[in-house]
Design a protein around this ligand. Structure first.
Ligand code: ADP
Ligand code: MG
Length: 446
């Protein structure tokens, strides 16, 4: 399945839960996904049912927009192909946005702010650095560039937009641009094709603040790396601020040229870790509040307890519960939450990986994944590490070698020994056995 089809399939899966079958078949099934941009999803209709277009727009565009936003993890609006001009992706007759946060021309999403970012021990250093940069962009060489990295859905993109929004609010004339690395690359390719590279260079080099997201996608793209290197130097020399995000450290981005790694590492590099239970609960409370959702706190805690490693998924689960309750005309109670979460967990099951298991074990014992994978042999840490290995062995198809590799390059006999020790532990130590069971339950979710 191509990328767009996968996205559309996920979106229709969300919509299915929010609509009855007849409506779904009549109005959603005939939509053919065409393409998407940063904030628009463009579809068309089977010839036979073009007359439905108005009904879909009037009655279902809200639902479709919400589902798209959930699936893409950023604000998206649905439009039909004849509503949009080909050249610049601009909507001809402005579609109404209905409470969906707007993405401005500078790429900034309006409601990703410092004020609705929850700070905990997993992200406080990254947060502090982001605030420092936003207060004095470009001023301090030490903070230039700021490089943030961390796993999926942990709030990197939110922080970047918060920096941009803060700078604009202090200085409305500041030239700020948020761009994904993919967009940067596409623009460059198009500029080369259309012989507009000078324009491209000017666009980027006149900025006061460049926020460039997901730079791991520079991997394997030589031309983009080259151009980014020069853009970087031009901005840096002019004392303009650069902020980058990635899912890993610069040195771990494959095929990145050494000189680019060294430029990226010039300023400050901070990571964002998986939030602990309290932070996750606080984030959910904030989200519920901002969406005006009244929901018992025990249910928020239940969600935060069940989904441990990805905030976007946690938010998705919250949305599902709310939509499910509304559609079935029920109040949100524990029974309903459990029903919905069963589905969410089933969907997630396919996503169980070595790193997911490592994160869950680390979260359970309140240690970091780095510590879990380290060479340190202090007592509880070694036991936790063995437990993680044991659960990987039990729950995944990966071979001992593969598991060892993902535990910091340990060999298969180390993994085997670890697993054996845990088997004995389960027989002899009731308390540990119960802990392991509880971690396993969290991972597989039943
Ligand atoms: P990433 O870019 O790291 O994959 P995002 O920034 O897209 O993650 O975050 C995913 C979702 O989680 C967003 O809706 C974001 O607002 C929310 N989120 C993440 N961290 C926090 C936080 N600390 N406080 C509030 N919301 C957060
Ligand atoms: Mg992101």
């Amino acid at each position: 399945m191509s990328n767009i089809e996968t996205y559309w399939k996920k979106t229709t899966d969300v919509l299915k839960q929010d609509m009855n079958e007849i409506t779904f078949d009549a109005f959603i099934s005939p939509i053919i996904p065409i393409r998407y941009t940063d904030n628009l999803f463009i579809g068309s209709l089977n010839m036979g049912v073009v007359a439905y277009k108005d009904i879909i727009k009037k009655k279902y565009s809200d639902k479709i927009n919400r589902a798209l936003t959930e699936v893409f993890g950023r604000p998206m609006s649905f439009v039909f192909d004849d509503e949009i001009s080909e050249e610049n992706n601009e909507v001809k007759n402005q579609v109404n946005d209905n409470n969906i946060p707007v993405q401005r021309e500078n790429g900034l999403i309006s409601n990703y702010l410092f004020s609705n970012y929850i700070v905990g021990s997993s992200n406080n250093i990254a947060y502090a650095a982001a605030v420092a940069v936003a207060d004095n962009p470009g001023e301090d060489d030490m903070y230039n560039p700021l490089f943030l990295y961390g796993g999926v859905g942990l709030g990197k993109t939110h922080l970047m937009h918060a920096i941009g929004n803060h700078v604009i609010s202090c200085n409305p004339d500041a030239k700020v641009l948020y761009v994904s690395c993919e967009k940067f690359t596409t623009e460059l390719v198009e500029a080369i094709r259309d012989k507009r590279t000078i324009e491209f260079k000017e666009k980027y080099r006149q900025l006061d603040l460049l926020l460039i997201d997901d730079v791991q996608f520079l991997s394997g793209k030589e031309a983009a790396q080259e151009e980014f290197f020069h853009t970087f130097n031009a901005l840096f020399d002019a004392k303009k601020q650069i902020v980058m995000c990635s899912d890993r450290k610069p040195s771990e981005i494959q095929t990145l040229t050494d000189r680019l790694v060294s430029r990226m590492s010039k300023g400050l590099i901070f990571d964002i870790k998986s939030p602990d239970f309290e932070t996750r609960t606080a984030i959910l409370e904030k989200k519920a509040e901002s969406k005006n959702i009244k929901i018992p706190s025990e249910i928020l805690q239940y969600i935060a307890y069940t989904i441990t490693s990805n905030i976007r998924e946690m938010e998705g689960a919250l949305n599902k519960i709310v939509i499910y309750a509304k559609f079935n005309n029920r109040i949100i109670d524990m029974e309903l939450a459990e029903e919905v979460m069963k589905d969410v967990i089933k969907d997630n099951k396919a996503n169980i990986t070595v790193s997911y298991i490592q994160e869950t074990v680390a979260d359970f014992y309140k240690v970091s994944v780095d510590e879990l994978l380290s060479k340190r042999r202090t007592k509880p840490l070694t036991i936790y590490r063995h437990i993680a290995m044991y659960l990987c062995r039990k729950l995944l198809e990966d071979s001992l070698e593969e598991i060892g590799e993902k535990f910091g390059g340990r060999d298969h006999s180390t993994v085997m020994n670890g697993c054996d020790k845990v088997c004995k532990l389960i027989e002899t130590n009731e308390e540990r056995a119960a802990e392991i069971k509880s971690i396993e339950k969290r991972i597989v979710g039943n």
